[in-house]
Ligand binder design. Structure first.
Ligand SMILES: NC(=O)c1ccc[n+]([C@@H]2O[C@H](COP(=O)([O-])OP(=O)(O)OC[C@H]3O[C@@H](n4cnc5c(N)ncnc54)[C@H](O)[C@@H]3O)[C@@H](O)[C@H]2O)c1
Ligand SMILES: [Fe+2]
Length: 406
């Protein structure tokens, strides 16, 4: 009997595990990027890079660091877009795609957090395929393969550097456009802990919760299988062991910074093969209806979704509790899972994360409860939730718990 993952009957008899991104890790890997590309067949003959980033990353000096690293090397930067909005805004995507096409690059570099990486992926789709983002909304609708993408994550949370998803905000329509296609999956993920050194502590906490939520969501997903489950469990352990220290001393502690970066990529590998459920389903809607950081939104929803799902898959929540450090023996799976949720509450409080959305300004009116309940049920992640979701007193209670309505 496995001590963390239980030896239950095989639960998924029909799956694939698709992870084509080459991952390299090491302090200073960004500085060595050109040398590395010289040895990578995927970038053979590809000399012209278009760089996508944002103002915060530029101000932190990371864009200059990358440009200096490539200056005089075998690769040339032919264009830079350095103003991606937080939550990658739809209108910007066309601007990036047009600017990049004019610069005639033969590969892309995304330097930033999830917003930048997703903007780069979406722009790569439009640059290679034309049309509107809505033409590719959904799964596997991109026709032509995109130019190869290199991602250098500067936050430790989204895992977008390895995923086949891109999320773009449509502020006018108050919704998020989700694209899913292997044709823009990054070819290379450069995990360089030097790049997350400047991340402010509140973002260390919020993005770390995104990674944790990916791993927990993937572990209990209706689409779960053992490849992703193994990776999820290690991600959960690493976040549980390192988030608090990273929150307190991210800049000065290369060890915890490195582990959070590795964990977040592992979370990405896990969730892109076993999509998360209501944690991200509700979290996406929260972000669309009210400006609140993605990691915070999904992290808060995750805690309440765990309680909602607990009775549907108690054996899985018992495993998660073990990975979170629960050691009590002789309890039922449900009771063990409950202790895991308790551990998480403590972890959240140690990194100063509040437990309800209203504490981050999300409106707690009846109208907003109604809107969030309806909006979230249309999210594509919902079908992967292990407990049934749909309008019911229990589901409305879940929404109220996330918001913080009595
Ligand atoms: N495609 C996927 O697989 C996937 C998965 C999860 C989340 N997402 C998306 O990712 C987005 C959130 O990304 P995020 O959490 O990485 O935040 P972010 O990219 O929005 O960045 C948040 C802020 O941090 C700043 N920042 C980033 N790195 C920094 C650094 N090293 N030093 C100083 N400042 C820095 C940015 O300038 C920005 O102001 C959301 O749009 C979400 O939908 C995508
Ligand atoms: Fe996420």
């Amino acid at each position: 009997m496995g001590s963390i993952i239980k030896n239950v009957k095989l639960e998924n008899m029909d799956f694939q595990f698709w992870n084509p991104t080459r991952i390299i890790f090491g302090d200073g890997k960004t500085n060595e990027l050109a040398d590395d590309l010289d040895l990578d067949w995927q970038f053979e003959g590809k000399k012209r890079a278009y760089v996508v980033t944002d103002a915060g990353v530029r101000k932190a000096g990371l864009l200059d660091y990358l440009l200096n690293a490539l200056d005089g090397s075998s690769r040339q930067v032919v264009g830079v877009f350095d103003d991606v909005a937080e939550e990658a805004e739809k209108n910007q995507i066309y601007k990036i795609a047009t600017d990049a096409k004019n610069a005639e690059p033969d590969f892309w570099i995304a330097l930033g957090g999830g917003s930048v990486m997703d903007a780069c992926k979406a722009a790569a789709v439009i640059a290679s395929n034309g049309g509107e983002l809505e033409d590719y909304e959904g799964m596997h609708l991109v026709e032509k393969e995109c130019l190869p993408i290199i991602c250098i994550p500067t936050t430790a949370g989204t895992g977008s550097e390895v995923t086949w998803g891109a999320v773009v905000m449509d502020s006018e329509e108050k919704r998020k456009i989700v694209l899913g296609d292997y044709k823009f999956t990054p070819r290379l993920a450069v995990l360089d802990p030097e790049m997350t050194k400047t991340l402010p502590s509140h973002l260390v906490a919020a993005t770390g919760l995104d990674a944790l939520t990916h791993a927990i969501g993937a572990f209990v997903s209706n689409d779960r299988q053992d490849f992703s489950s193994a990776i999820s469990i290690r991600c959960i352990e690493m976040v549980a062991d390192n988030l608090e220290l990273a929150y307190k001393e991210n800049a000065d502690n290369p060890d915890v910074r490195s582990k959070m970066l590795i964990a977040s990529t592992m979370g990405g590998v896990a969730f892109q093969t076993a999509l998360p459920g209501a944690d991200h389903g509700i979290g996406h809607s929260v972000g669309a209806l009210h400006h609140i950081h993605h990691g915070l939104a999904v992290g808060i929803c995750n805690l309440h979704v765990m309680e909602y799902n607990l009775q549907a898959v108690p054996h899985l929540y018992a495993s998660i509790a073990r990975a979170l450090g629960v050691q009590e023996v002789g309890l039922s799976d449900e009771a063990t899972g409950r202790l895991g949720i308790e551990r998480l509450r403590e972890l959240y409080s140690r990194v100063d994360i509040k437990l309800t959305l209203k504490e981050y300004g999300f409106p707690d009116s009846d109208a907003m409860v109604e809107e969030l309940a309806e909006h979230s049920l249309n999210d594509p992640c919902m079908i992967f939730n292990p407990a049934d979701v749909g309008r019911s007193p229990e589901y409305d209670r879940l929404i109220k718990n996330c918001i913080g309505v009595q």
